[in-house]
Write a protein that binds this ligand. Structure first.
Ligand code: F0G
Length: 454
């Protein structure tokens, strides 16, 4: 049997409580049917995200005690900078307080009205920063990537022919960089292959276009390359990391994911590109040796990055996710296959065929799952999209509920409980109806919009 095995033991615990179903119904109503607006004390199993909620290791906690507090020139920063240089081989590092702050700096530097940024797939905050400045996102994901169920091992891959065609039609001047998102978030945490990364970057080099890696979900992608890509099976995780980074001009990350802590930043190969962005760091983030991060968090990231090079560490998320996907799939519940990183993703178009996407079916299912089991997932569908400039609804290509698996946090019995509740909800899916906005923010509306049953 494919039972995931924890390669760690638990040494600090936090008590949970499971509210009654009546309480859960009240809580969900008070939260405007938006799982972002629930109080954590009312949540039994929190699968909203793996961002900033992964369990730290003993070594991370120990390192935090040695943090060197200084506004400028902190030894803690120097350690983090050194670790990034060691792993990624890029000379320059600009710290930011989290991943989207790095996206802001990149967008402010390279995006202007009419700019086109090609990418395998967008992420919510990435797209918000690019479109806010008048740029446009072009998604070049391979066809397999948007199919809910198949056995394609690298659904995050680009269609390289489409990339070339896009550059030819838009022109190099309008295309300052191509963004590659490791562990493609919104299509189910799906990886790119090293082969595809190299092919995409070769095209960019040919045209003189910068390559930018969003490495936030790199840890899962590294594991999948090692597991699924024949040519890489004898490489170490460290070697794969370096081969990927060697293809890039710029790499940015959310350390809320990569590094098992909080924070982020931008690694840059050339001094010239670094200088374009550098002055924005003290404006938006903080001085160049902390960028909005606490020194304790920076110490934890340094150790977390090193731990990411250990296959036993980075296998934990994907193995638990595969277990969830296998069990639910076997029970006939529509989940994205193959299992990716980040979490188990429910295909809501199939789960709730009677609820149209215009009624935010994924949002409705996320709300229902909380009521059914005290489980908090995240809507990753039409609610998470932005309206078109003319105000019309942009239906998501994939309408998903994500059950993220924070690393090293939940045990197998808790995961089994989640599987049981999802199966129950699937058997009783006709009780779930659609939602409509009663308060709709103009930007990133999924975060704090409020909804009511239609
Ligand atoms: N890029 C990717 C691929 C991400 O998954 C995230 C965050 C970001 C950038 C932004 O980083 O949160 O540190 O500002 N994803 C989180 C999630 C929010 O829940 O999937 P951040």
């Amino acid at each position: 049997e494919n039972i995931p095995l924890e390669m760690h033991k638990v040494r600090i615990v936090q008590k949970l409580c499971l509210p009654t179903v009546e309480q859960r119904q009240k809580n969900m109503e008070a939260a405007g049917n938006n799982t972002f607006l629930l109080q954590n004390k009312d949540v039994f199993i929190d699968m909203l995200t793996d961002s900033g909620v992964n369990a730290m290791s003993d070594n991370q906690q120990a390192a935090m005690l040695q943090a060197d507090d200084a506004y400028a020139g902190s030894a803690t920063f120097t350690r983090l900078e050194g670790k990034l240089r060691e792993l990624f081989g890029m000379d320059y590092y600009l710290p930011t307080h989290q991943g989207r702050a790095a996206e802001n700096i990149l967008a402010e530097t390279y995006v202007k009205p009419g700019t086109v940024i090609p990418m395998n797939y967008h992420f919510t905050t990435t797209k918000a920063h690019i479109t806010r400045l008048g740029g446009r996102v072009e998604e070049l994901i391979c066809d397999e990537g948007l199919e809910s169920f198949n056995d394609y091992p690298f659904k995050g891959n680009f269609n390289v022919d489409k990339l070339r065609a896009l550059i030819e039609s838009e022109g190099v001047e309008k295309t300052p960089f191509v963004r590659l998102e490791a562990g493609t978030n919104l299509i189910g945490g799906q990886p790119l292959s090293l082969r595809n990364i190299k092919d995409v970057c070769a095209v960019c080099r040919e045209y003189g276009i910068l390559t930018v890696l969003d490495a936030s979900l790199l840890q899962d992608n590294l594991y999948f390359i090692k597991q699924r890509e024949e040519a890489c099976k004898d490489m170490t995780i460290r070697q794969i990391t370096r081969e990927i980074a060697d293809q890039m001009d710029i790499l940015y990350f959310s350390a809320r994911k990569l590094g098992f802590a909080r924070g982020g930043g931008i690694c840059i190969r050339s001094e010239a590109e670094c200088l374009k962005m550098k002055e924005l760091i003290p404006v938006y983030e903080g001085f160049l040796t902390y960028g909005g991060m606490s020194v304790r968090e920076m110490e934890a990231v340094t150790v977390g990055l090193e731990e990411t090079m250990d296959e036993d560490v980075i296998s934990q998320g994907p193995q638990f996710i595969r277990y969830m996907v296998d069990e639910l799939h076997a029970a006939g519940v529509p989940v994205i296959t193959p299992a990716g990183g980040l979490g188990c993703h429910i295909d809501v178009k199939q789960f709730l065929p009677h609820v149209p996407q215009e009624q935010y079916s994924a949002g409705a299912l996320a709300a229902a799952l909380y009521i059914a089991g005290g489980i908090r997932g995240m809507e990753r569908g039409t609610m998470s999209e932005q309206r078109e400039p003319d105000g019309s609804e942009h239906l998501a290509a994939m309408e998903l509920v994500r059950l993220a698996v924070p690393r090293r946090v939940y045990t197998l019995s808790q995961v089994k409980y989640v599987i049981d509740r999802v199966k129950w909800l699937y058997e009783n899916r006709e009780i779930v109806g659609g939602l409509k906005f009663i308060e709709e923010p103009a930007v990133l509306r999924f975060f704090f919009g409020r909804l009511a049953p239609v």
